[in-house]
Design a protein around this ligand. Structure first.
Ligand code: BLA
Length: 487
């Protein structure tokens, strides 16, 4: 979309949120020619802020000659919003919005702004808590608590993106008396792709006051570039009008979100609402929150890997038990069947079938037409599906010798459960689920999810692949032993 195009529910995923043409009204903005330092564009409140006209003035005359070099240096840094300059009682941020365009954003210092010591104490206390979280769940609850304590928001929660980009609330700290968001699901469209992408670049989104309109830039088109100014590197960027409606409709009066990312992907957000008017979160606190987001992301990565490796170890133990059983029996078929629960535990299945040279054995809960399912297996690779739509319902298959119809196959039953949506997603085709209109929106909607088993995880699929290759080696050894005996 061209900047300035009105947005609605149909086109808002293409809204150019980096170039909104305005800023949040608690601050002011100046955009200058990087070389001459002449101001060529400014927020319409800047003149009042400086007590004199700003367009055509020099940055040095407005801010003081001594701050120009430090500001230029900040503009080259990747995270300018972590370290503003304090200039005459104001926080001043600098970034390059385009070649030759130096942008300066000015923000008030919070009342009773924290001292450096206080800031360091907050950081140290928070990092210690996060460092000691034994698992992902504790980490996220800890993060929500710390961010709520630091900001004084009425509610702070952690939002996790699922594979299809819809989100679920997995931890929540809130003022007493508020309805809980915990475990509610939100459609992917609530945070459109361009907004998610921006979080990977600028990790903190602070919305000071939902009620006060944005302050426009003058002129709207930057004279140096001929384009709308890209505000994505700053802290004052005006908020999407659709998102403002969304927040108002939820009763929120201020909001702040912090990125959680793992391996270059947006994992989720630590996010908060205030409900009783503007909430100014001063720079020091925001910087602490941004650091918390970074450390929390690193811990998430580490703990997730740890959880996977623990799981791999546990599955490996079950595989060993199965292989011991096979080694102690007269045939693979008998050995696998006798392994029973251990065979199921290799990939946390509910049932399994083993067929070797036409002899079929069943373990646990298996579907009706097992032979038909085995006959339908074609490829020589390990195969997994959680779908119940096709001919292979909830199947994880390890072909041993496809041509002879030899397979070990595990089964999971259909997992019917409900997802509670905070408001009905479009895909459910509910009549007018418009969360942007005050009535009819944000009524929870229970979706019954059917037609799938619990999904097979990578660790479980790998476990089955490992077992298969161990069985292959075993078969060869056994054949050699037999050959030696017969010789
Ligand atoms: C941004 N949407 C956001 C953000 C959140 C949500 C957290 C980040 C900005 C912020 O911190 O407020 C979504 N907010 C939620 C969710 C909850 C919440 C899920 O409180 C649950 C508790 N939004 C829509 C539709 C569009 C849309 C239909 O619902 C348009 C496609 C747009 N959301 C939208 C845009 C942004 C956004 C454009 C970016 C706002 C900005 O940075 O200017």
């Amino acid at each position: 979309l061209e900047p300035g195009t009105p947005v609605n529910l149909e086109n808002c995923h293409r809204e150019p949120i980096r170039t909104p043409g305005g800023i949040q009204s608690h601050g002011a903005l100046l955009a200058a020619d990087e070389h001459t330092l002449e101001v060529v564009q400014a927020s319409s409140n800047a003149a009042q802020h400086f007590g004199r006209p700003v367009l055509g003035a020099l940055l040095a005359d407005l801010l003081g000659a001594d701050v120009i070099e430090p500001l230029r240096a900040r503009a080259e840094e990747a995270t300018p919003n972590l370290r503003p300059l304090r200039v005459r009682g104001l926080d001043v941020y600098a970034y390059r919005a385009a070649d030759n365009v130096l942008v300066v954003e000015i923000e008030p210092v919070g009342p009773g702004a924290a001292s450096l010591t206080r800031y360091q104490e907050d950081v140290a206390r928070a990092l210690t808590l996060l460092q000691h979280a034994p698992a992902v769940d504790e980490l996220l609850w800890s993060a929500a608590r710390i961010v709520r304590d630091l900001t004084g928001s009425d509610r702070v929660w952690v939002y996790r993106f699922e594979a299809d980009d819809h989100g679920v609330i997995v931890a929540e700290e809130k003022r007493e008396g508020l309805d809980a968001f915990l475990h509610l699901h939100y459609p992917a469209g609530d945070i459109p792709p361009q907004a998610r992408a921006l979080f990977l670049q600028n990790r903190l989104r602070f919305i000071h006051d939902v009620q006060t309109p944005a302050t426009p830039l003058e002129p709207l088109v930057n004279p140096l570039t001929g384009e709308w100014l890209d505000l994505s590197g700053g802290v004052l960027r005006a908020v999407s009008p659709i998102h403002i409606r969304y927040l108002k409709n939820m009763g929120a009066t201020a909001s702040m979100s912090i990125a959680l990312s793992v391996g270059g992907r947006l994992w989720g957000l630590i996010s908060g609402h205030h409900y009783s008017g503007p909430l100014f979160v001063p720079h020091e606190v925001r910087a602490t929150c941004e650091l918390i987001g970074i450390v929390c992301s690193m811990q998430l990565d580490a703990l997730e890997q740890l959880e996977v490796s623990r799981r791999q170890t546990a599955l490996g133990t079950h595989r060993s038990a199965v292989l011991d059983r096979v080694a102690a029996s007269s045939s693979i078929l008998d050995g696998l069947e006798q392994a029973g629960e251990e065979l199921l535990a290799v990939c946390d299945a509910e049932g399994a079938a083993i067929r070797i040279d036409g002899d079929l054995r069943l373990v646990g809960e298996t579907p009706e037409d097992v032979a038909g399912i085995l006959d339908g297996l074609e490829g020589a690779d390990v195969f997994a599906t959680d779908s119940f739509e096709g001919p292979m319902p909830g199947v994880l298959a390890a072909p041993l010798a496809v041509a002879r119809g030899n397979h070990v196959v595990w089964f999971r039953s259909e997992y019917v459960h409900e997802i509670e949506w905070a408001h009905a997603p479009k895909s459910l085709a509910v009549k007018d689920p418009d969360r942007l209109n005050p009535d009819g929106s944000f009524r929870t909607w229970a979706e019954s999810v059917e037609g799938r088993s619990r999904p097979w995880t990578t660790a479980e699929i790998e476990s089955v692949a490992e077992l298969r290759s161990a069985l292959g080696t075993f078969l060869i050894t056994r054949a050699e032993q037999l050959a030696a005996l017969n010789a």
